[in-house]
Ligand binder design. Structure first.
Ligand code: 5RP
Length: 223
């Protein structure tokens, strides 16, 4: 199985988490695109959908679903999204597709967050994937200098503008052994809109696709 087939398998497994009438948050990226396509085939009865990006909104419209805004929907029952990197504790790096801010808001407003990944993205410690940080454009150089003080090597994602009109720094080389503390500290830098670390609001369930099947992991569920 190639990586795209594994992404599709993870997306298919997420369909089992859907219940009739649920309000659903939809993430962004190629794994979520598979999920949207599967929703299109299944046509489940949903209470509403909220999208994390213009790209996902377009794809949802393509299957006949018109997203609501989060202000209209209120809190959501379920959020389904991919990740760039995950630990088995449900901590994530997100934002490779640049949608991290809306993704973080929707994750925060969702009762349950199911993250769909292929096994190549699961690591013991986060940080192999450069950490996306969304910044207000006028703060880009200042935030870059501050990130260097944290031991990072920020790279400006040139030519990319987020759906919120901001810019992205992809930060290489950060020590994320204590990712929760790094998320807390980077969040406090003036000019930072969102840090692509999801430790304060981790995934409740990881669906990890492997060639042997999809592993369902609920790191914070007590037995
Ligand atoms: C977008 C994201 C995506 O979830 C992440 O980039 C994974 O993408 P893909 O499913 O294409 O591998 O965080 O901002």
């Amino acid at each position: 199985m190639d990586q795209d087939q594994l992404k599709q398998a993870a997306a298919r497994a997420a369909l089992d988490e859907l219940r009739e009438g649920m309000t659903l948050g939809i993430g962004t990226g190629s794994t979520v695109n598979h999920f949207i396509d599967l929703l299109g085939r299944m046509q489940p009865k949903l209470g509403g959908v909220v999208s994390s990006s213009e790209a996902s909104t377009e794809r949802l419209r393509g299957i006949g679903l018109e997203p609501q805004t989060l202000n209209e929907s209120g809190d959501l029952d379920l959020y389904v999204d991919g990740a760039d990197e995950a630990t088995r504790q449900g901590h994530l790096i997100k934002g490779g597709g640049g949608a991290l801010t809306r993704e973080k808001i929707i994750a925060a407003a969702s009762r349950r967050f199911v993250c769909i990944v292929d096994e190549s993205k699961v690591h013991g410690v986060l940080g192999e994937f450069p950490l996306p940080v969304e910044v207000i454009p006028m703060a880009r150089a200042y935030v870059s200098r501050e990130l260097v003080k944290f031991g990072g090597r920020p790279e400006w994602r040139q030519g990319f503008v987020t759906d919120n009109g901001n810019e992205i720094l992809d930060v290489h080389g950060l020590d994320l052994v204590n990712a929760a503390e790094m998320e807390r500290r980077l969040n406090q830098l003036a000019g930072v809109v969102t840090v692509g670390l999801f430790t304060r609001r981790p995934a409740d369930m990881l669906l990890i696709a492997t060639p042997r099947g999809v592993e369902r992991l609920e790191p914070h569920k007590s037995a």
